[in-house]
Design a protein around this ligand. Sequence first.
Ligand SMILES: Cc1cc2nc3c(=O)[nH]c(=O)nc-3n(C[C@H](O)[C@H](O)[C@H](O)COP(=O)(O)O)c2cc1C
Length: 225
Amino acid sequence: MKNKPRNIEPPESPIIISLEQAIRERRSVHYFKRGSRIARAQWRTLFELTSLSPSSFNFQPWDFVIIEDEARKRALRPLCMNQQQILDAAAIIGVIGDKNPHRRDRAILQQFVNNGYFDTGVRDAYLGAVDMLYPDEGRRIEHAVGGASLAAMTLMLAAQGMGLATAPLIGFDVRAVTAFLGVPRDYLVVMLIAIGHSALHELPRQQRRPFQEIVHQEHFGHAPE
Ligand SMILES: Cc1cc2nc3c(=O)[nH]c(=O)nc-3n(C[C@H](O)[C@H](O)[C@H](O)COP(=O)(O)O)c2cc1C
């Protein structure tokens, strides 16, 4: 049977806190310990976990640019409303969305065949369907931003579990940062994430909109039970 459940042995985990704890304790950190570094092995783990994020057709419309160099961070800061996190964090990650979901369609749809999800006939039908799903610039931008944002969230939670602190940032000059990171035409900078070690207690977390307000039952506008 093709989809018989397998016993998958997880690799030894670098994460020792529960998922709930990671979600509850993650904050957008404003105060990073200056001069801290992230080890190469930690980067590997972080991006291996990040890459497990879901995406439409498994197209994985995300790329990441790591900026660790002090001079580069100093040059980046004025492009980001002079936000201090840019300088203090161990690194800044440029989260890049891929506007061309067709780039890898043949190879990725073939993986679905190789892994027993569907046959070559369905693969060929999907090759066309992908064109219909992402027919214009607007849909491609949505796909790039949505996919890269899901990966960014995985990254921030994985980092939290690994004892790292993060801060998502969108307060920057998009054109200037796009050029600074050398991002090609078909891609866009979805956000930056400062990452490092937290230095101080943050102010209390801001309130969230309550269940009754954000959840709708059956139809938008109907109060949940
Ligand atoms: C896409 C995105 C962009 C953000 N940009 C900034 C930013 O430029 N500067 C900043 O100080 N915080 C930024 N934030 C952080 C938010 O202010 C923060 O997530 C929100 O106030 C909730 O706080 P918490 O993350 O600590 O729970 C951003 C968050 C997101 C998700």
